[in-house]
Design a binder for this molecule. Structure first.
Ligand SMILES: Cc1cc2nc3c(=O)[nH]c(=O)nc-3n(C[C@H](O)[C@H](O)[C@H](O)COP(=O)(O)OP(=O)(O)OC[C@H]3O[C@@H](n4cnc5c(N)ncnc54)[C@H](O)[C@@H]3O)c2cc1C
Length: 510
């Protein structure tokens, strides 16, 4: 391994969508960059395409335990590998809508405004689409935001059963659109015939953070990666206005490196936890936290799986996940409340259904689950979760993360689920079954170190720079002021590119 130096121009913590994307954009800047990642290379074994291994045995989970609000330990669906959670992502790369950047008042609370408009982020969305090699099209999505797209190819094709569902929905007046997807479908299927949603990528066609952003950046001589390097604290300078150094453990040894700039990209839960763990006599509430907002406003989307079953029609799709519907994104009619997005899930099978069964249904025979999966079209119904200061990440005295999650805006989710069931029946389903996603799977975690204009209300400015420690940036899902109702990865990547541009324009590396 290359020797770890005493000082770097930039230290990046975490190689997920935020960390890998900003690394990719800074790699050519001439800055000497160290990337610290607690995970290692995801092992390339047959388990990666085995639904029993991935979903039932959960072989790829870290074994880490967190506590919930009641103090009960649980094993979170959070992944630590080069590429972070995106190794497992569904590769949907959707933009937030223009209105998502504005304040929206809802019965259940407020979806706050961003400190800048959609137009400011639009060019970076385009660059992020190109970087992640997104396949997509324009003109189908009923609330598609404006601006040029960076799509590299036409959309991933519908399989025959899904093409039929799309046509039925069109005939009934819905507006299904092709999901923008960061997947090279030929390469993915060449490895084996499985869906990609929730399955780990072994460099087999999914454009996750490692494949699309990290690997190209590692070609630069000025970038050094240390994996299996768990950062344990950030250390403030004597004046308190900078991060002086970063402490991490690697192969049983504790290291400390100094950095001119520190970019924290450990994911919304771990970034908040790390800032809280970095408390010291001068900052007893942790770093970047004079607003007392670090760890607060945790959001995770309200999501349900919906099985649209037709006992007389077999769904032979392998991957399925190619269409979505935004007809109710901003509500049923002008002035009504936003409801959210409905998109296909990766094709479920009996093992995946078994893994998600509530305890009192564990007796259901696998043959029944297989039959259900063979006759269902599987949807992901997603609504906005609103920020709440009491929905938060804290650290217990023994150092274990406590996730005190408070769901919000659930009435809107129920309404969307009802509408989704109606849509499923319009598409030919005779039976609909639904189940909310478990809160132990914080797959769309965000909001815990948010951006804003006011240092009293937000830890970060609009370039994700800490108001308190001016050489600290937090560039991952933490910065999102709201969750909107679209998958977060493209928005994290676009903002990472914007922050990189800002750093290159304002900092000098010699
Ligand atoms: C099953 C699944 C499906 C999903 N599908 C989609 C989808 O289709 N579209 C979409 O937009 N989003 C999807 N998501 C969400 C998406 O993956 C995340 O929003 C995104 O990965 C978040 O990026 P991030 O940079 O904030 O954090 P992460 O990807 O979590 O990256 C954080 C990185 O930091 C590392 N790290 C953590 N703590 C430390 C530490 N102390 N020291 C060093 N390193 C550390 C982690 O190992 C990790 O590599 C999905 C997520 C899951 C789990």
């Amino acid at each position: 391994m290359e020797k770890i130096a005493a000082h770097y121009d930039i230290v990046i913590i975490g190689s997920g969508i935020g960390g890998a994307t900003i690394l990719n954009a800074l790699a050519g800047s001439g800055a000497r960059i160290l990337l610290l990642e607690r995970g290692e290379q995801l092992p390339d074994t047959s388990a990666a395409r085995d639904a029993d291994e991935v979903f039932v045995k959960q072989s790829f989970k870290s074994g880490e335990r967190w506590r919930n609000a009641d103090g009960e330990l649980f094993s979170p669906g959070n992944y630590y590998y080069l590429g972070g959670n995106s190794k497992f992502f569904g590769a949907v790369m959707l933009r937030y809508r223009e209105r998502d950047f504005q304040r929206i008042e809802l019965t259940a609370g407020t979806s706050p405004a961003w400190p800048f408009s959609y137009q400011e982020l639009a060019p970076f969305y385009q660059r992020a689409e190109t970087l992640y090699q997104v396949r997509g099209t324009v003109g189908e999505d009923s609330c598609d935001p404006s601006g040029e797209r960076g799509f590299v190819e036409p959309p991933v094709p519908d399989e025959p059963h899904i093409a039929h569902i799309r046509q039925r929905l069109l005939d009934k007046g819905y507006h299904p659109f092709s999901l923008p997807l960061a997947v090279d479908i030929r390469r993915w299927l060449a490895r084996s015939a499985t869906p990609w949603d929730g399955f780990p990528d072994t460099d087999s066609g999914k454009m996750d953070a490692q494949a699309a952003a990290l690997n190209p950046a590692l070609q630069s001589d000025n970038v050094q990666l240390v994996s299996a390097a768990k950062v344990t604290r950030l250390n403030a300078s004597e004046c308190g206005k900078h991060i002086q150094s970063v402490t991490f453990e690697h192969e049983g040894v504790v290291h400390s490196v100094a950095a001119s700039i520190v970019i924290l990209s450990a994911g919304a839960i771990n970034s908040a936890a790390l800032l809280l763990a970095s408390k010291c006599a001068r900052f007893p509430n942790g770093l970047a936290n004079s607003s007392d907002q670090v760890g607060r406003n945790f959001m995770n989307h309200n999501c349900s799986a919906l099985l649209a079953i037709n006992p007389f029609k077999r769904n032979r799709s392998v991957y399925q996940k190619t269409i979505a519907i935004n007809d109710l994104y901003f509500g049923e009619k002008q002035g009504s409340e936003p409801l959210g997005n409905i998109q296909l899930l990766g094709k479920l099978n009996g093992s995946i259904l078994q893994a998600g069964l509530p305890r009192h249904f564990r007796w259901v025979p696998k043959a029944v689950l297989n039959w259900l999966a063979n006759h269902s079209v599987d949807w992901y119904v997603m609504s906005e979760d609103l920020p709440d200061a009491n929905s938060r990440v804290t650290l217990d005295d023994d150092g274990i993360i406590r996730l005190s999650y408070k769901r919000s805006n659930y009435q809107a989710h129920r309404a969307l689920l009802q509408a989704a069931k109606k849509m499923a029946r319009a598409s030919g389903a005779l039976i609909t079954l639904s189940k909310p996603f478990d809160s132990s799977v914080p797959s769309h975690q965000c909001g815990t170190v948010r951006m804003g204009d006011d240092p009293l209300k937000a830890p970060l400015d609009s370039y994700c720079r800490s108001f308190d420690q001016c050489n600290l940036f937090v560039v991952d899902a933490s910065f999102l002021p709201n969750s909107a109702a679209v998958n977060p990865a493209l928005t994290i990547a676009a903002q990472a590119l914007r922050v990189a541009e800002h750093i290159k324009a304002t900092e000098k590396f010699t």
